[in-house]
Design a binder for this molecule. Sequence first.
Ligand SMILES: [Zn+2]
Length: 680
Amino acid sequence: MHAKNLFAVIITFVLLTIVLPAQDQDAMKKTAAVRFSADMLDKTVDPCSDFYTYACGKWSVQNPIPSDRSSWGRFDELAERGQYIVHDILEKAAVERADRTANEQKIGDYYASCMDKSAIEKAGTKPLSLDFENIAAMQSKKDLPRQIAVLHSEGADALFGFDSGSDFKNADQIIAQLDQGGLGMPDRDYYFKDDPKSVELRQKYVAHMQKMFELLGDKPDKAAAEAKVVMEIETGLAKGALDSTSRRDPQKIYHKMSDEELAALNSMFDWNAYFKAVNAPKFDSLNVVEPEFIKQMQSVLDAHSLDDWKVYLRWHVVHSAALILPSAFVNENFEFFSKTLQGTKELRPRWKRCVSYADDDLGEAIGQIYVQQTFGAQGKERTLAMVQALERSLGADIQSLPWMGDDTKKQALVKLAAITNRIGYPDKWRDYSAMRIVRGDAFGNAERANQYDMHRRLDKIGKPLDKRNWPYPPMTVNASYNANENNITFPAGILQPPFYDNQADDAMNFGAIGAVIGHELTHGFDDQGSQFDAEGNLRDWWTASDKEKFEERTACIRDQYGSFVAVDDIKLNGKLTLGENTADNGGMRIAYMALLSALAGKEPAPIDGLTAEQRFFLGWANAWCQNRADALKRMLANIDPHSPAKYRVNGTISNMPEFREAYHCAANAAMVNQNACRVW
Ligand SMILES: [Zn+2]
């Protein structure tokens, strides 16, 4: 139901929490794969002047953003198909039969309850009343830790974040992680930027909070004052929060401390009372992700009265529950978070929202059925063969790098050899037996799912890392590299057209899924991943002079992408997107090398008049065709470490002389970067 915390060093291929599957298409189209064809190309555009538009211009015109979306791309078409399959699974499981398995009962009743609009309307805000009573009954700020623990277990992001994760310097061990949090807006910068658009967004956020308080029954004057209090508290907390770009630097988010050291940062908050109330296993050290935040939290705690804190907690209760409350709350939440922030015109149909929530809360229970229906052993074998081809290419690439010395090369090859691959679905499925799902109780189900998940995550503290745990369910259209585990994950959801097409030629597949695999492998060696070693530990394995040359080369990519316009006058943040852009460039480079090895010197006959080399680049570009609302472009420029689709295509290929050759571009063509960047 609620966005789960993914710890910083799990690097995904696309942003996970923003891309939600949706769109009503007619039933005939729903499960048909949309394969690449040369008819998709806009032949009025010169591929050497704008390759993305050559590949995607026609698609963009023919596929406007559906009204219930802020973005629509080839990714979403695929996610949409997955959503229809999941919908079918849930509808079947929702039929009450005696022979349902335990997981079928859970997913079916969860879905049926979510769909039961009249029961949700009838319950009103009653499900919130216990939390509200307990908040109102607080006697002093000393009661905050216990109440915050309750809210965290229910999925609310109040005051700070608490989770488990690998110890960066001893990656096999899971430790407690205390992080910044407690903000309603997407990022700390939203609280401080002074351009007119940001000022307007803050006003609208305060107006939204006021409306939510009014929906809870508060008079407009009181609700307005309450919204102002929450804004003051959140702004205070945001002051101590680290920005998104800095949070990509593992050195800046690793501060292992003892209980006493934590208490010294902030003695006003009784940490031990919180850890006990949230049922965390005992521990004697933890990672305080951003100590400045914990210090700042103390001054905010001090600066506000108990009554202010009651208002703040009440806000986070209603905010985190909004999606599963009566429609007045759902609609008001949509108005600010989807319409204003992201440019979505209308709310998705209920069944699509319920499918998404079920994915979030019971993803692996659904995933077990999903992979039985969609993913055969053949898919796993062919993907594995491709991964191995890409790994061989990266090895050859490392060995041939002109700028890297032998000592560092040796270490890089050790790291590459240690990368493990997870393809399709997890070997060990999550056990949901401890989660109780009750038909007719949508709110309680979501709450219990959050409690289950909090317990699942905190239970890992003090235990060895279990690499069998996946960060998302197998129907997800995404892929990832985990720096602490030194592994890559390719869920069944992405192993389909336009990424992987068993009817397509090698060139298309190497340009699409091959480059995605290469992208994830390269993450092990980008500005972030390169700081972790073969065992997943934060340890410098570079010689100083090689590191210097690496940084010169990544600076080229930083500056190149930093000059691209995201929307209006907003440029991309070259530093925030550096890891992803490095991974795209490295991924395309080694995928191209892997294609050449697969072709083994033979030039296949052109298909639709396109050579294998030309089709390779089209495989990449076609997977990226996408339309986005301006509001979303603006939001993602602030928080998304991934560049927009157009630059993931044009920025990358303009660095490749192989592209210029494949399309016979003039030396001064727009798609030929005069100062071509290359790291890997
Ligand atoms: Zn990535």
